[in-house]
Design a protein around this ligand. Structure first.
Ligand code: PLP
Length: 376
């Protein structure tokens, strides 16, 4: 369809990179030590201080989930309960560990794991539950922990959307079993690509540290001292999953700006809520954006609204939209005929509106005006 004006494109999401990140990268390039060294150590230290417990960095969020599962001893023949409504990264990471992702339903108000549905899918092979903090909110996380405890399950949180979010006055990732974050280009903070694992479990941490460097034992400490391991032991399957200094240099600067970037995202989401609350034909997630730092801003369209038509209309006004997500149980690799009524009900009606640090309140007004015109 032809565009109605030549106004700037309102992007769905984007990185927000300033002079500090650029200079930090140039510094790494100048020092000509690009692999995993002091910048990664410093980023890990800063993250560990932020969370109040150890964090280790890896090459992306998918690798973080894969390694966390492996280091928790989850693999072949095991089952992991996870919501179908998530990015395929969660499912592929579980599959990479050798375990089977078991698609579960969601609570449609928050699009987070419905643990009562998950409970029905328990078998003797279930080893872990993976709540996905959809949009930055954690849903019934404390109930999920009780459910896991009762059933002797590990909890591996896919917290890719939730960097900066709080839950009951604690930082997401600062408590609980294991939390995995993503720092890909459009997440709440970025290191270009990247991710981290946060846990208080020293055994898991040690295994994951070695496994990110091809299983070479104690290689992390050597690299942080600028040394290499020439004589070494390998006792487990490892991967090339470490983070580079270039990425860490970006991440360190982004973490310093977290408070500012997070509150901007929150203000934008609150503005969307205010504007769209008068519109009976869309609904929004039940998130409190004073504690949730939103990664995306999804709306649910009412019955009878043709989503593809709305997408096309907004596109004509240079407004990008997204779909988070096509559910995993509808992908050929993970196909199942389980009944997931809430997921099936929302998946064709969910639509994400632009949300990123460089969006203005006026941009939000423009998006809301055009959206409400389109569905009138
Ligand atoms: C981004 C994302 C991941 C994976 O992170 P990458 O860094 O892109 O590998 C995992 N789960 C969800 C829900 C995500 O949005």
């Amino acid at each position: 369809m032809e565009k109605v004006n030549s106004k700037k494109i309102i992007r769905l999401s984007k990185s927000a990179i300033g002079v500090a990140e650029k200079n930090a990268v140039l510094g790494v390039l100048d020092r000509e030590y690009l692999g995993m060294g002091v910048e990664v150590r410093d980023f890990e230290d800063a993250l560990s201080t932020y969370f109040g417990r150890p964090a280790i960095c890896v090459v992306n969020g998918t690798a973080a989930i894969h390694l966390a599962l492996q280091a928790a001893g989850i693999g072949d023949g095991d089952e992991v309960l996870v919501q179908s409504m998530t990015y395929v990264a969660s499912f592929q990471a579980i599959a990479a560990s050798g375990a089977r992702p078991v698609a579960c339903d969601i609570n449609p108000q928050t699009m987070t794991l419905n643990w009562k549905d998950a409970e029905k899918r328990l078998t003797s092979r279930t080893r872990a539950v993976m709540p996905v903090h959809y949009g930055g909110g954690v849903g019934d996380l404390s109930e999920i922990y009780s459910f896991a405890k009762e059933n002797n399950l590990r909890v591996i949180e896919d917290a890719a959307h939730a960097f900066g979010s709080q839950y009951r006055n604690e930082k997401v990732g600062g408590f609980g079993d294991v939390a995995c974050f993503s720092f890909d280009g459009i997440k709440n903070i970025t290191s270009g690509e990247g991710g981290c694992i946060v846990t208080s479990d020293p055994e898991l941490l040690l295994k994951a540290k070695d496994a990110r460097l091809l299983g070479v034992e104690k290689d992390t400490d050597k690299r942080f001292r600028g040394e290499r391991s020439w004589d070494f032991s390998v006792t487990q399957q490892g991967w090339r999953y470490h983070m580079s200094n270039i990425m860490a240099a970006i991440g360190i600067e982004q973490l310093k700006k977290l408070a500012m970037m997070a509150s901007k995202r929150q203000e934008l989401a609150i503005h969307y809520q205010r504007r769209l609350s008068v519109c009976s034909r869309v609904s929004m997630l039940r998130n409190n954006y004073r504690e949730v730092v939103p990664h995306i801003f999804p709306i649910i369209l009412s019955d009878g609204i043709d989503r593809s038509e709305i997408v096309a209309r907004l596109d004509r006004f240079n407004i990008q939209t997204g779909i988070h997500y096509k559910p995993n149980h509808k992908l050929e690799k993970f196909m199942s005929n389980s009944s997931l009524p809430a997921t099936d009900r929302v998946c064709d009606r969910v639509l994400s509106l632009p949300l990123h640090f460089d969006l203005s309140m006026d941009d939000v007004d423009y998006v809301c005006d055009k959206l409400m015109d389109s569905i009138r």
